[in-house]
Design a protein around this ligand. Structure first.
Ligand SMILES: Cc1cc2nc3c(=O)[nH]c(=O)nc-3n(C[C@H](O)[C@H](O)[C@H](O)COP(=O)(O)OP(=O)(O)OC[C@H]3O[C@@H](n4cnc5c(N)ncnc54)[C@H](O)[C@@H]3O)c2cc1C
Length: 475
C-alpha cells in the first residue's frame, strides 16, 4: 500500500485520463495515473477521424449543439451539451498551441452541418493527441505513472472512495478519477482494444455508484470485415460511397451511424468504395487496408458494423462527480447524458478534453478540503476496518463476447436479451437489463419488437446498487 495518499488518483491513460492528470498536476496536485495495459491499449490512441469543435468561420457552439441534440434523439442533457460545445473550441485551440499538428482543413462527418472536425494526417488524430499529452505527463514530476496495473475494485470505507484496489494491494488517494473508457470490446465484433470491457462500470457499480444509459451501445457502420479496423466517417465525408453486393448505393452515406449500421445489417454486409476519392489524405489508413490484403485503388472494401462507443456508464454531474464521495468519472466511462441516445461523430475525444478537465478541477477542490479534515485519517481508518483484499480479475472470454454480440447486437430481440440478463458477467447482465427496460427503439438501441420511438421513454434509465431501474429526466 502507498504510504501517503495521492491528491488525485487517475485510472486510465487515454485522452480523459491524461487530460485529468495534466490538469490536476498543473494546479500543484500529486497525481498517480494507473493503466491496465500500455499507452496503445486505449481507444484514444486508435481514434481516427478527429475532434469536433466549432472553430470554423461559418460555425458556432450553438450550431454544434443543435447537431449534437439532433443526433441524440430527444435524450441529450442540454446542460452537458452546452458545456461541451461552448468549452470545446478552447480545448481544441489548447491542443493546437501545445503543438498537435492538425491538418489545415476541417473535416465534415456524419450528422454535422458544418466542417468542424480537426484531424491529424486524416486519421491519426488519437495517436497524435495522446502521444503528445503522454509526453507532457511524463515530463511532470508531480505525475507518477504505473502501466500494466489492473484496477480490480475501489477502496471504499465510511461511504467514501479512498482509492483503488490492485493486484499489488490498495492505493490510497484523496480523490479518484475513473477515466477507464468503454465496454465495446465485450462485443465480439468491436473496434476497441481488447481490454475495453467496461471495468469502470463493473467496479463503480460494485462500489456504490449509479450507472445509466447502458442500453446505448453505438455500432460503427464501416469496420473492415473480419477485423477491428475502423474505416472512419471522414472517408465518406470525402466522397467514399457504400455499395451493396450488386454495386449499387443503398443508403445515404452521411446519415447517423445507427441508420447506416442497420441498413448494412439488413443486407448482410456492404462494400466501401474508395476508388474515386482523394486517398492520399489518409496515408496510414490506406496502408492498413493494403496490409489486410485489399487494394483500395481498384476494389471496394468489405465492411460491416462493430460495437464502437459506450454511451452509458457511471452517472456524473457536469463536473464528473459520481454518487460516491471522492469518486469522479470522465470520458467514455461516464454517463453525463451529453450524447443522448446516439453520439455525434468526433464528440467523444472532445468529451474527454472538456469533462476530463472539469472532473480534475472538481476533484482538486475536494482533495484540498479533505486534506484539512480527514485525509490522513482515512487510510488509517480503512486499515482499522482491515485493508480490503482485491477482487478477482474480470475476464471477458471469447464465448462471452460472442454471446453479447448475438444477444445485444445492432438489432435486439427481447427473448435473447432475457438470456443475456442472466449472465454472470455484471456488465453483460446490466446491458441486457437496461435494453429490456427500454421497450422502444431510439438512437442506437433498436428492438425488433418495438421498432418505433415512444415518447413515454424520453428519459435516462438509471440503476443504483440495491435499487430498481428508474427513468430520470436530466436537464
Ligand atoms: C478505432 C477507434 C476510432 C475512434 N475514432 C474517434 C474519432 O475520430 N473521434 C472521436 O471523438 N472519437 C473516436 N473514437 C472514440 C474515442 O476514441 C473514445 O471515446 C475516447 O478516446 C475514450 O477516451 P477515454 O480516455 O475515455 O478512454 P480510453 O482512451 O479507452 O482509455 C481508457 C484507459 O483506461 C484503462 N483501463 C481500462 N480498464 C482498466 C482497469 N481495470 N485498470 C486500469 N486501467 C484500465 C485503459 O488501459 C486505458 O488506458 C474512436 C474509438 C476507436 C476505438
Amino acid at each position: 500500500m502507498s504510504k501517503s495518499p495521492y491528491d488525485v488518483l487517475v485510472v486510465g491513460s487515454g485522452a480523459a485520463g491524461l487530460t485529468a492528470a495534466l490538469t490536476a498536476a498543473s494546479d500543484g496536485a500529486s497525481v498517480l495515473m494507473l493503466t491496465k495495459g500500455h499507452a496503445p491499449d486505449s481507444s484514444s490512441w486508435h481514434a481516427q477521424g478527429g475532434i469536433a469543435g466549432a472553430i470554423g468561420d461559418d460555425d458556432t457552439a450553438a450550431l454544434h449543439a443543435v447537431d449534437t441534440e439532433r443526433a441524440g434523439r430527444e435524450l441529450c442533457r442540454s446542460s452537458a451539451v452546452r458545456v461541451l460545445t461552448e468549452e470545446g473550441p478552447e480545448r481544441v485551440h489548447e491542443l493546437m498551441s501545445m503543438g498537435v499538428p492538425f491538418d489545415p482543413e476541417l473535416n465534415l462527418e456524419g450528422g454535422h452541418s458544418r466542417r468542424r472536425v480537426s484531424s491529424v494526417n486524416g486519421a491519426a488524430t488519437g495517436w497524435a493527441v495522446t502521444s503528445l499529452l503522454g509526453i507532457r505527463a511524463a515530463a511532470m514530476d508531480s505525475i507518477s505513472t504505473r502501466e500494466a496495473t489492473n484496477v480490480l475494485g475501489l477502496w471504499v470505507a465510511d461511504g467514501r472512495c479512498l482509492g483503488a484496489l490492485t493486484p499489488d494491494g490498495p492505493i490510497a488517494a484523496r480523490t479518484t478519477v475513473l477515466a477507464m473508457g468503454g465496454a465495446a470490446a465485450l462485443w465480439s465484433r468491436s473496434t476497441n482494444p481488447e481490454g475495453q470491457i467496461g471495468d469502470a462500470i463493473a467496479i463503480g457499480f460494485a462500489a456504490g455508484a449509479a450507472v445509466a444509459d447502458l442500453e446505448f451501445m453505438q455500432f460503427h457502420p464501416t469496420v473492415l470485415a473480419g477485423s477491428r479496423l475502423l474505416l472512419t466517417e471522414a472517408l465518406r465525408g470525402d466522397g467514399a460511397t457504400l455499395l451493396d453486393a450488386s454495386g449499387e448505393r443503398f443508403v445515404e452515406e452521411l446519415a447517423p451511424r445507427d441508420e447506416v449500421s442497420r441498413a448494412i445489417v439488413a443486407i448482410g454486409g456492404a462494400f466501401l468504395d474508395l476508388r474515386s476519392m482523394d486517398r492520399v489524405r489518409f496515408p496510414g489508413l490506406m496502408a492498413e487496408i493494403e496490409k489486410a490484403g485489399f487494394d483500395p485503388a481498384t476494389q471496394p472494401i468489405p465492411v460491416s458494423p462493430a460495437a464502437h462507443y459506450t454511451i452509458g456508464g457511471i452517472v456524473t454531474d457536469l463536473d464528473g462527480r459520481t454518487d460516491l464521495a471522492g469518486l469522479y468519472a470522465a470520458g467514455e466511462c461516464a454517463a453525463t447524458g451529453v450524447h443522448g441516445a446516439n453520439r455525434l461523430a468526433s464528440n467523444s475525444l472532445l468529451e474527454c478534453l472538456v469533462f476530463g478537465r472539469r472532473a480534475a478541477l472538481a476533484a482538486l477542490g475536494e482533495a484540498a478540503a479533505w486534506t484539512h479534515r480527514a485525509a490522513e485519517a482515512a487510510p488509517r481508518l480503512a486499515q482499522q476496518l482491515q485493508a480490503p483484499t482485491s477482487p478477482a480479475v474480470r475476464v471477458a472470454s471469447p464465448e462471452l463476447c460472442e454471446q453479447v454480440w448475438r444477444q445485444a447486437g445492432v438489432i435486439r430481440d427481447p427473448a435473447l436479451l432475457a438470456q443475456l440478463a442472466a449472465s454472470p458477467d455484471p456488465v453483460a447482465s446490466l446491458v441486457a437489463r437496461f435494453a429490456l427496460a427500454r421497450l422502444e427503439s431510439r438512437g442506437v438501441h433498436y428492438r425488433i419488437d418495438a421498432p418505433t420511438t415512444n415518447p413515454a421513454f424520453e428519459g435516462h434509465f438509471v440503476l443504483r446498487p440495491g435499487g430498481d431501474l428508474t427513468l430520470e429526466h436530466w436537464t
